[in-house]
Design a protein around this ligand. Structure first.
Ligand code: ZN
Length: 598
């Protein structure tokens, strides 16, 4: 057994989640964590909503609410979305807690003390009406190189050149059209070049990463520049230094605070567990967490934050960059074991776009379809290692042909036939070679499927589990127990073997399909929790702030990753379908909801 941290990307709290958001890392991190727990590891799965930064400030201004009110609204919506999908977080929290502020400031102070954070005066764009930093991508103007009139502050989409906003001709704010003012402003910079060597050494020791992620990360090291980690903004974590702490116009930049969430959420979880030091088992490099592993799940647009910036913060805090230094009070901290990045999901050949209604939100999806139907699609056809298109026709086909006609049918016909003829799990008589072959195939599935999930090859893992389902369906068709009315002993044996295969397949599919796995467990006469589920709990802020909802649960219960012999004589529940067959008309109905514009 070992300690395994599952660190899941933090959704930005400016709107509800669509299925593109949850398919890249939400569901895959849950599949991984569920499997690792079933295999006996001590898993800590944490995340939360990312709530600071300009986009939330801008949207709140537009709606006439405070950024906190906007974040409160979407934090709650997102918690409900993730709960609906059955994502088993030990703690899903948020970045506006007192605990998070304190941990972010602690990291900032440690990095500053070790010399990795330095002040610098630069020319920055300010919105004249608010006095806030106007980030590069909120500025547009005419490209000084090609004359394109809607070039962005950071680059021109027409000629592809990188730009500096101060170079734009007729620069204007995309928020309200005003002309930005370029002023001298003092900010703190993270000295990223001081970590190039340590990062390179660390990346060279990484094994098992998806090759493109490792290559991309190594390439980033060639051009590391100091990066500003504060902003002229009042919405964010205050800068914990003398002379800065009480300034209301300077804040730590959102990307710096959000990545620290993995650590702060682990500490919050420990504080809530009654053992405030328990987080060390996943983090402390020289002590309790020495052998811990940390897996970080995200979309490919966020690789840099997880393979360069977050490791740099950890190295700097631990005193392990070019400038040396001493670890802070939290001790030397573990770097990620693996950065597991997924590709993008598109929808009907187009990019997801909330504004253009090329979108389906998680909650709308779950109003109309079952969580496991979506989880199945994501596992078997999601953007694991290449960009992937979600189409309603493919969703319908996967649901009806594979989930309903494959797995659902196997469960349904074996349980129904056994219930009707025996009322309980029949005992097995002497076994034939065919019986033994199926039992062996099912048993072998545990090492195969488990090994693939552990290597983040979930598409192959679920295909392997479904191959075992196919074998069991073929066995039933070949044996045809319904023709054995005059040989009840043999009929009982065949059904016993089939039900054992159902039980094993159900365990193999549990990380992917936890909701239906619980139902299949009950159909087989099982009681108690087979696949534990998260709950939404309203909690007080540990440091005196307002209360908020978290996702948490007790995942020490439930099935283990092993074949459990079924008990002859155990009564079977009244059979009912495990999955819903969908009417083909849903395809046209769903397409009609999409914006028809190309
Ligand atoms: Zn240009």
């Amino acid at each position: 057994m070992s300690h395994v941290l599952a660190a899941v990307a933090w959704p930005y709290a400016n709107g509800p989640r669509h299925i593109g958001h949850v398919s890249g890392f939400g569901v895959p991190s849950d599949v991984f964590s569920r499997y690792m727990r079933m295999a006996g590891h001590d898993v800590l799965m944490v995340s939360g909503t990312d709530e600071h930064g300009t986009p939330i400030q801008v949207q709140a201004d537009k709606e006439g609410v405070t950024p906190r009110e906007l974040a409160d609204r979407y934090n709650r919506v997102i918690v409900e979305d993730l709960h609906g999908l059955g994502l088993a977080y030990d703690l899903f929290t948020r970045t506006t807690t007192g605990n998070h502020y304190a941990v972010v400031q602690q990291l900032f102070e440690g990095l500053y003390r070790n010399g990795y954070i330095v002040p610098k005066v630069t020319m920055g764009a300010i919105s004249p009406s608010t006095g806030r930093t106007l980030p590069d991508r909120y500025i547009e103007g005419t490209c000084p190189i090609c004359g394109y009139d809607s070039a962005r502050g950071d680059q021109c989409d027409n000629c592809g050149n990188q730009l500096d906003p101060i170079d734009l001709v007729n620069p204007r704010s995309k928020i309200n059209g005003e002309t930005p003012r370029f002023v001298e402003t003092e900010h703190f910079f993270l000295d990223l070049p001081a970590f190039a060597q340590a990062l390179g050494k660390w990346l060279d020791t990484r094994e098992g990463w998806r090759p493109n992620v490792l290559r991309f990360s190594k390439n980033l090291l060639d051009d590391l520049q100091p990066r500003a980690i504060t902003r002229d903004l009042e919405w964010g974590v205050p800068i914990p230094l003398e002379g800065w702490r009480d300034r209301s116009d300077k804040r730590i930049y959102v990307w710096f605070d959000a990545v620290i969430g993995y650590l702060s959420a682990s500490i919050e979880w420990a504080r809530r567990s009654g053992d405030p030091e328990a987080w060390r088992r996943w983090w402390e490099a020289d002590g309790a967490g020495k052998d811990a592993r940390g897996y970080y799940f995200m979309g490919k647009d966020n690789i840099v934050f997880h393979s360069v910036i977050w490791p740099s913060l950890l190295l700097g805090y631990s005193g392990e960059g070019d400038r040396g230094g001493e670890p802070g009070d939290l001790g030397r901290l573990n770097l990620p074991t693996e950065v597991v990045s997924s590709e993008f999901l598109t929808m009907e050949g187009r990019k997801f776009s909330s504004s253009r209604q090329v979108v389906i939100y998680v909650r709308d999806f779950l109003d109309r379809y079952d969580a496991d139907a979506l989880r199945y699609f994501i596992a078997v056809a999601g953007p694991e290692s290449q960009d992937t298109d979600f189409t309603w026709a493919e969703f319908l086909r996967r649901n009806n042909d594979e989930l309903v006609a494959g797995w659902g049918n196997l469960v349904n016909r074996s349980v129904s036939m056994a219930a009707k003829n025996f009322g309980a799990i029949p005992p097995a008589g002497p076994l034939t070679d065919e019986d033994r072959a199926l039992l062996e195939t099912a048993k072998a599935g545990f090492a195969q499927v488990g090994g693939l999930i552990e290597k983040h090859r979930q598409k192959q893992a679920i295909s392997e589990a479904m191959r075992v389902v196919g074998e069991a369906n073929k066995y039933l068709s070949d044996q045809a127990p319904w023709k054995m009315k005059d040989d009840p002993e043999r009929m009982g044996t065949v059904l016993h073997v089939a039900l054992q295969a159902v039980s094993d397949c159900n365990t193999l599919l549990t990380p992917f399909l936890p909701h239906s796995a619980q139902r299949v467990h009950e159909l087989l006469g099982g009681t108690g929790v087979h696949a534990p589920m998260p709950s939404i709990v309203e909690v007080e802020d540990l440091d005196g702030g307002p209360s908020y909802p978290i996702l948490t649960g007790d995942y020490t219960v439930g099935a283990r990753w092993e074949s459990v012999p079924i008990e002859a004589g155990r009564s079977l529940a009244t059979p009912k379908p495990v999955f819903r067959k969908l009417d083909p008309s849903i395809v046209d109905e769903e397409l009609a909801r999409l914006d028809p514009r190309e």
